[in-house]
Ligand binder design. Structure first.
Ligand SMILES: Nc1ncnc2c1ncn2[C@@H]1O[C@H](COP(=O)(O)OP(=O)(O)O)[C@@H](O)[C@H]1O
Ligand SMILES: [Mg+2]
Length: 292
């Protein structure tokens, strides 16, 4: 354990237990900016001294490229397809189903060390991959492994975990976000994005995630923000814990997929930097570093 004075001990305990909301799932409609914001948050928090684990739970797997790993991204074998690891941990290989005995709570405390990919600024990336299910309720080994990985990781490591997800709300069906402390619901100012956002927010509550925040991305001015806020009630209403506006930034499109150019200086990275300070209080990051 690290040498921190008593004053900060509660923060350390809370960080390790995830009580500071350090396990964060990013949800929303396709194309609203989830991966861009996840990558920016991950790299900004890492630059500020936090130990950051970025988890790609989108089957399109573009978080690696967004984090700035374009060349290496194609070579990353996702967790669900790491056949030897899945078998070692669960007793069955991916796709084998549960004919034999399947360990439902595998010990995955080594997963980040063994399968985490180093990304820029010291971020670690874990790519989850796709669970191919034959119908609902499948007890397949890869799902068992992914659920155990996501559910338990931060409790042991005291990290900031940011999980990027695919469009819509299907991952909630798989309950992969169970055990997370916070959901960031990303929308753009449109009704359709807010409709998905409100649904995702409600499902977050159903999963026991009570800190649900709204990020309105691609805001070009006050009218856009007002439109987005009006759409909350049109989409069925939800009392978000907080609301944050992120500006439309030409550079995002011009420099995609990687966020490197944005991080060199942009309105969007500036706004995400301010958001990062709110999400992870400054006092917590050096403490996290000390706990390592
Ligand atoms: N604030 C923004 N301003 C302008 N373009 C943005 C902004 N945020 C994201 N984008 C762009 O929108 C596209 C979709 O973003 P992405 O992060 O891939 O969305 P998602 O992960 O939700 O599908 C990308 O080309 C990205 O560069
Ligand atoms: Mg994405």
């Amino acid at each position: 354990m690290c040498d921190v004075d008593e004053r900060h001990q509660h923060a350390v305990d809370a960080a390790i237990a995830g009580g500071e909301g350090l396990r964060t799932v990013v949800v929303g409609k396709g194309g609203v900016g989830k991966s861009t914001i996840t990558a920016l948050l991950a790299r900004i928090l890492a630059r500020r001294g936090a130990q950051v684990l970025a988890v790609d739970a989108d089957e399109q797997r573009n978080l690696a490229a967004t984090l700035g790993l374009a060349a290496a991204a194609a070579a990353i074998v996702p967790l669900a397809e790491q056949a030897d690891y899945v078998e070692e941990k669960t007793g069955a290989r991916p796709g084998e189903g549960s004919g034999g005995i399947l360990r439902l709570n595998p010990d995955v405390s080594d997963v980040v060390e063994r399968l985490g990919v180093p990304a820029p600024d010291g971020v670690r990336l874990l790519v989850m991959g796709t669970v191919r299910r034959a119908g609902s309720g499948c007890l397949c080994p890869e799902h068992s492994l992914l659920a155990a990985t996501v559910g338990g990781m931060s409790l042991r490591r005291g990290e900031v975990v940011l999980m990027d997800t695919h469009a819509g709300v299907e991952h909630f069906g798989r309950a992969l976000a169970r055990g997370f402390d916070r959901a960031l619901v990303v929308v753009d100012p449109t009704f359709n994005a807010m409709h998905v956002g409100v649904e995702a927010a409600r499902l977050s509550i159903d999963l026991g995630i009570h800190d649900v925040r709204l990020l309105v991305n691609r805001v070009r001015g006050p009218d856009d923000l007002c439109r987005a806020l009006d759409n909350i009630s049109r989409a069925g209403d939800f009392a978000f814990h907080s609301l944050h506006a992120l500006p439309y930034d030409e550079l995002a499109m011009a420099s995609e997929p990687a966020v490197d150019e944005l991080l060199r200086g942009s309105d969007l990275a500036g706004a995400v930097g301010a958001l990062a300070a709110e999400l992870v209080p400054a006092a917590t990051t050096p403490i996290l570093q000390a706990v390592r």
